[in-house]
Design a protein around this ligand. Structure first.
Ligand code: DAK
Length: 255
């Protein structure tokens, strides 16, 4: 088993555990990751997911280069699709996903982090899309998500050069939200906070934010207005608003 899942108080932690290869993703690890993420997406008892890498040195040092060196174009397409499935789960599961980047997040590792909703980095983290130096390009969403998160200029800089950046630069270009050590603790703190919010409102917030990925602006605003109205039918909305008025903590039930 190279993907370890633990859960406590509504927060699941997914640890990619292949330290001998700096947690690089081979087929079995990536398949396992995709499957575990699918289960967590469907598990209502899990309110937030934290993704990290085992050991002190790496989050994920990328796709397994040894495996990729033997792929023909058909196999490479299947490999690309598998990585996209894992990324889409992180991006679209109806609960927040947080990357705790504890070391190298290169290539496919950076792409997995980019698919998460929130990213935190350890001060020793190193991030980048070095695929160009291998004669390939990012294949798990890096060309798209990096531009959306950091802007087209920063994305082209990193993807064209393949250079590795430190946590400070990642913070400056908006690739991570904060630098913290121990980074996993910081991620858990946020995850616990989010796990205490209404899952109905939070999943809607995520879905609405994600509309920016594929809708025109006016259409996105219209959908937000409609969904905002519909949310007032939920028990959680009534409870949250009433609790504020009554000066007490809300008790969200998830309906
Ligand atoms: N794959 C396989 N093994 C890796 C690896 C990787 N990405 N990264 C590290 N390792 C292995 C090393 O080979 C070494 O194994 P042994 O030689 O001991 O057996 C072990 O991990 C420790 O690594 P080092 O000895 O190299 O450790 P150092 O501290 O000296 O260096 C490093 C750390 C992270 C700077 C270095 O390991 C490194 O440069 N690693 C490669 C980083 C990289 O280039 N990552 C991006 C991979 S490309 C696509 C789909 C997907 C993708 C692209 C296209 N399509 C479908 C189109 C994705 C591409 C990528 O992710």
């Amino acid at each position: 088993m190279t993907v370890v899942v633990t859960a406590e108080n509504g927060v699941a932690t997914v640890t990619i555990d292949r330290p001998e290869a700096l947690n690089a993703l081979d087929v079995s690890t990536l398949t396992e990751l995709r499957d575990r993420l699918g289960e967590l997406a469907d598990d209502a008892s899990v309110r937030a997911v934290v993704l990290t890498g085992a050991g002190e040195k790496a989050f994920v040092a990328g796709a397994d280069i040894k495996y990729m060196s033997g792929l023909d174009p058909e196999q490479a397409k299947g490999w690309g699709a598998l990585g996209h499935e894992a990324g889409r789960l992180l991006e679209t599961m109806p609960k927040p996903t947080i990357a705790a980047i504890n070391g190298f997040a290169l290539g496919g590792g950076c792409e997995l982090a980019l698919a998460c909703d929130i990213r935190y980095a350890s001060a020793r983290a190193k991030l980048g899309q070095p695929e160009i130096n291998l004669g390939i390009v990012p294949g798990w969403g890096g060309t798209q998500r990096l531009a959306r998160i950091c802007g087209l200029g920063a994305a082209k800089d990193l993807v064209f050069s393949g250079r590795t950046i430190d946590a400070e630069e990642a913070l400056r270009i908006g690739l991570v939200s904060a630098i913290a050590d121990p980074v996993l603790e910081r991620a858990h703190e946020t995850a616990r906070d989010l796990a205490g919010k209404s899952p109905v409102a939070l999943s809607l917030a995520k879905r609405l934010c994600n509309l920016t990925l594929g809708l025109d602006h006016a259409g996105g605003l219209e959908t937000e207005a409609n969904e905002f109205g519909d949310l007032f039918a939920s028990e959680d909305a009534k409870e949250g608003l009433t609790a504020f008025v009554e000066k007490r903590a809300p008790n969200f039930v998830g309906r």
